[in-house]
Design a protein around this ligand. Structure first.
Ligand SMILES: *[C@@H]1O[C@H](CO)[C@@H](O)[C@H](O)[C@H]1NC(C)=O
Ligand SMILES: *[C@@H]1O[C@H](CO)[C@@H](O)[C@H](O)[C@H]1NC(C)=O
Ligand SMILES: *[C@@H]1O[C@H](CO)[C@@H](O)[C@H](O)[C@H]1NC(C)=O
Length: 541
């Protein structure tokens, strides 16, 4: 492995030697970047690439072919790009990318770690480039395996350990040492930003190694992992396959969504397809039940079996002996189009592959044939590599002065937003701290009308993780973005009372809202344009 690097390393050594002789004082940024191949070294680390990239360059990722990960991304800054392979055990390794913009020192000398989604082998390039645009030196990593499939977990516990926490830890440490080596000055503050699986990783850092970050932004975190896995099983078991009496097609789910809005939209006093305090939404799907002689075709109504499906999909998940496994999925979810497992009669591949490859190490295992309620218990008890990320004692984070900002869209159809409320309340009880005393280091913002990480009917755009690239949202840098909000909290001590979000229609801002910090409620004042943030205020429930 090392020997394949020898020739390019030698050539680069010679090149940089020659350059240094010509112009000993003024090695350019790009020379210093490409010289990293020889100037930087660390244990168990191979440098795969060190290259200067100008803003606007399309970076191709040939190694991503066939993995389901992005094949290219556009650089948003002039920067040094480094790609490393770090060995984490005799049977595992992590690919790490480090993006170091030219304009760093004047932008606060900040470090940013990004996180991944799903089963997590896709480096989050859009978050990385976004970070460089704001002047951060940014690190991304593949969580210890390539691609979106869980197959690499099969009989490889070290790969699961990387996925759970070690890839993040190793990538952060090596990334920081590269950044400190590369620039003339050292890192001033370190941040983390991620959503979904990446939200879980952020909280893992908060729980286990908070001293590595000054500020952690965790969105829609996949914590209490066994809960997150269970929801997809419940959906699949309830809907059955297309054609079965319990199944609803896409048009029928859209009708259900309208029914939920009809019953719940007014809860916050404003009819705008967005519901603040969505936990109050307890829809009654029987409103759609067909009477005698009525059918979907003639009356757009549902059979009793279908109504029961809707009830189950939006109910908590219960396991053996009636034990609560997971809180319910919020009934305001409307992402059916984007996530066919809701209606397609095929279980979520994330859950299925987690159970079969990581939990049971049996490639023949399927939810359809092999799932029983014991599976929930097995996942909870086995908790491979402590992926659960459910530790509620954040004393180390508090004492390390690490700030944690968590937010969760209330129309998230993949990860129940109620899971995040439960986590917050568990931290409060476990640490014996009322919310006023969590505020100095841990704040939670429920975001009405935000789907999973991005998109939705509400004012969801806040410059958060994965909100730029995939969502096709604004290519701007609002100084009140959630990341810069965290920077202000860490560096100026200005703690956020609200998070500003924008509603977007076809990429155009049509509304704004200041989302309140839990347990305060974002409340309509009773008068004024509901698209203006000034028409709302934070009130105690
Ligand atoms: C990274 O290193 C490991 C050895 O630890 C090796 O098996 C793997 O092929 C390397 N990956 C790349 C992309 O070089
Ligand atoms: C910071 O967190 C680490 C755990 O990551 C812990 O060992 C250490 O005691 C904490 N520091 C303080 C000052 O509490
Ligand atoms: C999976 O099924 C195949 C064929 O059905 C069989 O040959 C194989 O032994 C099974 N593997 C396991 C781990 O049970």
């Amino acid at each position: 492995m090392k020997s394949t690097l020898l020739l390019p390393t030698l050539l680069l050594l010679l090149t940089s030697f020659a350059t240094a002789q010509e112009d000993p004082e003024e090695e350019t940024f790009s020379e210093r970047c490409e010289g990293l191949v020889s100037t930087f070294s660390a244990a168990d680390t191979d440098i795969l690439l060190a290259s200067y990239v100008t803003e606007g360059t399309t970076m191709d990722f040939p190694h991503s072919v066939g993995t389901g990960c992005a094949l290219s991304s556009t650089s948003l800054a002039d920067m040094c790009r480094l790609r490393l392979n770090v060995t984490t055990s005799t049977t595992s390794s992590v690919i790490v990318e480090v993006f170091m913009p030219t304009d760093w020192s004047s932008k606060g000398e900040r470090f940013l770690m990004t996180g991944n989604g799903g089963l997590g082998g896709c480096i989050q390039y859009p978050d990385m480039t976004y970070g460089t645009k704001l002047g951060f030196a940014v690190v991304g990593h593949d969580n210890g395996h390539a691609g979106l499939s869980g197959l690499p977990f099969l009989n490889r516990p070290e790969v699961i350990t990387d996925y759970s926490w070690r890839a993040l830890r190793v990538a952060g440490q090596i990334g920081k040492s590269v950044v400190n080596h590369f620039y003339p000055s050292t890192i001033s503050k370190s941040y983390y930003m991620g959503c979904s699986g990446g939200g879980r990783s952020g909280l893992k850092a908060a729980q286990e190694f908070p001293e590595e970050y000054d500020g952690i932004v965790s969105a829609a975190p996949a914590i209490n992992w066994h809960r997150v896995m269970s929801v997809a099983v419940q959906i699949f078991k309830a809907t059955g396959t297309p054609g079965s009496p319990t199944h609803l097609n896409l048009a029928q789910w859209n009708k259900v969504h309208q029914m939920v809005l009809d019953q719940c939209d007014g809860i916050d006093g404003v009819l705008d397809n967005v519901v603040e305090d969505a936990m109050k939404c307890q829809p009654r799907p029987e409103a759609l039940l067909c009477g005698p002689g009525q059918t979907w075709a003639t009356d757009q109504c549902l059979t009793a079996a279908q109504v029961a499906t809707v009830r189950t999909v939006y109910s908590p998940v219960y396991g053996n002996n009636g034990r609560l496994v997971s809180p319910r999925l919020n009934p305001l979810t409307q992402e059916f189009v984007g996530y066919p497992f809701m209606y397609g009669g095929v279980p979520s591949s994330i859950t299925e592959e987690w159970y079969k490859y990581a939990l049971y190490s049996d490639p023949n295992w399927t939810i359809a044939n092999d799932f029983t309620l014991d599976t929930y218990d097995d996942d909870f008890q086995t908790n491979p590599a402590d992926v659960s990320t459910s530790k509620t004692d954040l004393t180390d984070a508090k004492n390390n002065n690490t700030k944690i900002l968590m937010y969760h869209g209330l129309t998230d159809c993949l990860i129940s937003s109620e899971n995040s409320y439960l986590y917050y309340e568990s931290v409060s009880r476990d640490m014996g701290l009322p919310s006023s005393q969590l505020d100095p280091f841990f704040r939670f913002f429920p975001i009405a009308g935000m789907d999973h990480c991005y998109s939705g009917q509400g004012a969801w755009f806040m410059g958060g993780s994965v909100q730029y690239g995939p969502a096709g949202a604004l290519d701007v840098d609002p100084s009140d973005s959630v990341l810069m909000t965290m920077v202000k909290w860490v560096e100026q001590g200005i703690a956020p009372e609200t998070l500003t979000g924008r509603k977007l229609v076809n990429g155009v801002v049509t509304g704004e809202k200041a989302h309140c910090k839990h347990p305060l409620k974002t409340t309509y004042k009773g008068t004024g344009d509901h698209n203006l943030a000034s028409s709302w205020e934070c009130r105690a429930a």
